[in-house]
Design a protein around this ligand. Structure first.
Ligand SMILES: Cc1cc2nc3c(=O)[nH]c(=O)nc-3n(C[C@H](O)[C@H](O)[C@H](O)COP(=O)(O)OP(=O)(O)OC[C@H]3O[C@@H](n4cnc5c(N)ncnc54)[C@H](O)[C@@H]3O)c2cc1C
Length: 279
């Protein structure tokens, strides 16, 4: 059996990482333990983040935004009044992760670091322009979420680095904040496709700015600037959304897997846009 450590400070955590270079980091363990059961850790030590208070804090940022500790459980993120009020898109997406028991264990940092194409928090984090704080105990850097994830299960985290916090800038004034996930079952289902959308409208109810991101239809979250441009300056009508949908069908790069075919995912990605139609 491998050694399991529960450091109570970030310093102690980095010390352990230096001491045990091959140690695995565990936040909620909901991805890690499933993966380990399949592949086996080969007796590597486990460093658990759950007792490090600094990593669980959620607080206003100095720039008027918010700072979410990487080991904050998703249930705490969803419940936090600042998130609920100002970043409801993130709360909506986090609320679709697994069931309540999973959301109590699973952390926002774990959802990001797993870098799954189906990670439900990722499309909102792209649209909210999240910056991720990485530290190895000596040096700190901030990386935009879209630069952090480089492929399925691939990130720019270097050996010894931890994701310590997620910084969200002040949210814009968006009339439409929408997240929808299509899975094979409602509870405990990994997304077949998901859409996150933030839309700002002008006085004439035309789109002043559209931010759109899809999950589960490419190796990473897919943005589609062409679809965003096609909506800008127009009302959100069935006609404009269908046109934007055509651009989306070309932009997504889905795969066939046990949950759905690539063609179904392509059609779904376009059709999800129709939910944004305004009366
Ligand atoms: C039954 C079930 C249903 C699920 N349903 C969904 C779902 O609907 N949607 C969804 O998105 N996910 C789902 N998941 C996957 C999982 O719950 C989430 O991805 C979760 O957010 C992972 O967080 P965690 O804290 O448990 O991560 P962990 O399992 O602890 O860690 C995941 C990976 O990230 C690394 N890591 C974690 N935190 C850090 C950090 N701070 N710094 C550096 N590396 C770190 C770990 O080393 C590991 O490689 C489900 C899982 C299960 C078991």
């Amino acid at each position: 059996m491998s050694a399991v450590f529960f450091p109570e400070s970030l310093e102690a955590c980095f010390d352990l990482r230096r001491q045990y270079g091959d140690a695995l980091i565990m936040a909620g363990g909901t991805d890690l333990l499933v993966a380990e059961r399949k592949t086996g850790s080969g007796g590597r030590p486990l460093v658990c983040l759950e007792r490090i208070a600094a990593l669980r804090q959620i607080a206003p940022g100095t720039d008027g935004g918010i700072v979410i500790g990487a080991a904050a459980p998703l249930s705490a993120v969803i419940r936090h009044p600042l998130v609920a009020e100002r970043y409801p898109l993130l709360a909506m997406a986090a609320a679709t992760v697994g069931g309540p028991a999973i959301r109590n264990m699973a952390t926002i940092g774990g959802n990001i670091c797993t870098a799954s194409p189906a990670g439900d928090c990722l499309p909102p984090l792209y649209l909210l322009e999240a910056r991720l704080e990485l530290s190895d105990g000596e040096n700190r850097r901030r990386v935009p979420v879209e630069a952090f994830i480089t492929g399925p299960k691939k990130t720019v985290l270097s050996a010894g680095e931890l994701l310590t916090a997620v910084h969200l800038p002040p949210p814009g004034e968006f009339a439409i904040r929408h997240f929808e996930k299509v899975g094979r079952r409602n509870a405990l289902a990994v997304a077949v496709a998901s859409l996150a959308a933030l839309v700002r409208l002008d006085e004439g109810n035309r789109v002043a700015e559209a931010r759109l991101a899809w999950g589960s239809v490419g190796p990473c979250v897919v943005r589609c600037p062409e679809a965003e441009a096609r909506l800008t300056g127009r009302p959100l009508s069935e006609a404009s959304l269908r046109e934007a949908g055509e651009a989306v069908r070309r932009a997504v790069r889905p795969i066939d897997d046990i949950r759905a075919t690539a063609e179904y995912r392509r059609m779904l990605s376009a059709n999800l846009l129709l939910r944004l139609e305004t009366p």
